[in-house]
Design a protein around this ligand. Structure first.
Ligand code: ADP
Length: 484
């Protein structure tokens, strides 16, 4: 069993209406450590009935929560942020145990996750309206912004804490209660957050965590008319289903879906900086982020030099159990993920790609995979079209700026893009022509609580984090004052 400073942070029950509870029918499922294959414990396997109860509790808790002043809500979020930071070691240990990422990355994520609580707590005080010039002298036009109502959130396993606070933070700040369904593979991080929420003074019903059958829980969240907004982070495929399921009740939706990020290295780039950025963007979390570089386009003149430097840097990555010191690459989340990576590599090799490094399952077994670099990759290969979600860097060759912008945009996705160049004219041109919601110029890391995170095209709707992230949890009300 996991050793924690505060063992009460590891909860094996769900959290509904301020109470820790089991599934109505007593079902549980195991939570697995991907680095060892061992069960860490169990969690309840819930469904529609428990979800409905959590939604009803949220609705009952809403009037009192929205009535609080912004400052009162901000203080609760601030306290929750502080408790996360005080418990960073335990939260990181739980995260690494259930998700696999190296402990240093888990600690980084806990701080990143907490920052959304702090940021949105501060933003709560800046929810502002307008007064507008009326067309008649006896009228006044006032615009206010109100909490949208009961919210629901569905989050993935790749950032087991940050994807939660990025939704729950703005919901609570805006005055909305929220029901969360975390990924079934990483429920303990979500439950530890609920323990701290309770300690921070989040009232019962304002934040509930339901765990179990994704389809049953998701269906209830989408169909229940009490829920006014759904925020989802996950695959485009599931996002489409949820959008359809939300149509009958016309819910407001935030969708943060798949990506297929291009990472472009121009001839004039600082190659060492580009290699460093590529490692950060491609191999963080073993390549399992939706903003990971998925296609690396390298200009002809620097292709061979970049490939050599990148392969040398990737060869230095340390694969192992994320709990162990010095490890930079943990296991992939599960066997299914390894199979997809293997398919992408095999498809590329069969179509003429050249293996520079790795390419196989790692000798550590389980879901470990060797950090891999492939050269001579072409648009005909699966790697070019689908998100690999694994530690594979495919290198495409290009000649001109126009050509690479067209290649980069030739995808239904539009989340993040990165490029390296020192020509200021090119920097502006390319940044403006890339069809994505986010662009990293001369950097491979772009996420923080202050900046708007989100995509265009089939990468999603809405923005998370930043001052824009609050809008998704608010509705605009126009009050027309007549007879003055
Ligand atoms: P990935 O596992 O690739 O990140 P998914 O979209 O499968 O992406 O999973 C993201 C989240 O969506 C998880 O919490 C998962 O349980 C949930 N999920 C998967 N299928 C459904 C569904 N049909 N309805 C609601 N939620 C779902």
């Amino acid at each position: 069993m996991l050793k924690l400073n505060d063992p009460s942070l590891l909860r094996q029950q769900a959290y509904i209406d301020g109470a820790w509870c089991d599934a109505a029918e007593g079902h549980t499922v195991d939570v697995i450590n991907p680095a060892t294959g061992a069960a860490l414990g169990t969690v309840p396997h819930m469904g529609q009935q428990e979800t409905r109860r959590a939604i009803e509790a949220a609705n009952a808790a809403w009037p009192a929560w929205r009535k609080k002043t912004a400052r009162e809500r901000a203080l609760v979020l601030r306290k929750w942020n502080d408790l996360m930071l005080e418990n960073v070691d335990d939260l990181a240990a739980i995260m690494t145990a259930e998700q696999g990422k190296p402990l240093a990355e888990s600690k980084g994520e806990v701080a990143y996750a907490a920052s959304f609580l702090e940021w949105f707590g501060e933003q709560a005080k800046r929810i502002e309206g307008d007064t507008l010039e009326a067309p008649a002298r006896d009228r006044r036009i006032v615009v206010t912004r109100e909490p949208i109502g009961v919210c629901a959130a569905i989050t993935p396993w790749n950032f087991p804490a940050a994807m939660i606070t990025r939704k729950v933070g703005p919901a609570l700040a805006a005055g909305c209660p929220i029901v969360l369904k975390p990924a079934e593979l990483t429920p303990y991080s979500a439950l530890a957050l609920a323990v701290l929420a309770e300690r921070a003074g989040v009232p019962k019903g304002v934040f509930s965590v339901v765990i179990g059958d994704a389809k049953a829980i998701g269906t209830e969240m989408c169909a229940n008319p009490v829920v006014r907004k759904l925020s989802f982070t996950g695959s485009t495929q599931v996002g489409r289903v949820l959008m359809e399921q939300c149509a009958p009740t016309v819910k407001k939706l935030s969708l943060e879906l798949g990506g297929n990020a291009p990472f472009i290295v121009f001839d004039d780039a600082d190659l060492d900086a580009a290699v460093e950025g590529a490692i950060a963007s491609k191999y963080r979390n073993m390549g399992q982020t939706c903003v990971c570089a998925n296609r690396l386009y390298v200009q002809d003149g620097v292709y061979d030099a970049f490939a050599e430097k990148l392969a040398a840097a990737v060869a230095k990555l340390q694969v192992g159990n994320g709990m162990d010191a010095g490890v930079t690459q943990g296991p992939l989340i599960e066997e299914k993920a390894v199979v997809k990576v293997e398919q992408h590599v095999a498809d590329a090799l069969s179509k003429g790609a050249r293996l520079l490094l790795g390419g196989k399952r790692h000798e550590l077994g389980h879901s470990f995979f060797q950090p891999t670099v492939l050269a001579d990759v072409t648009p005909q290969m699966l790697l070019a079209r689908e998100e690999t979600f694994g530690p594979v860097a495919p290198l495409f060759r290009f000649k001109t700026e126009d050509e690479v912008v067209a290649l980069a945009n030739d995808t239904e996705f539009g989340l993040a893009a990165y490029f390296y160049s020192r020509d200021i004219g090119r920097v502006w041109r390319v940044a403006e022509h890339l069809e994505t919601g986010m662009v990293g110029v001369n950097t491979g890391l772009i996420s923080n609580e202050i900046a708007p995170f989100g995509g265009v095209k089939q990468s999603g709707l809405g923005r998370e984090g930043s001052k824009y992230g609050m809008d998704d949890y608010l509705v605009v009300k126009y009050i027309c004052m007549g007879g003055i």
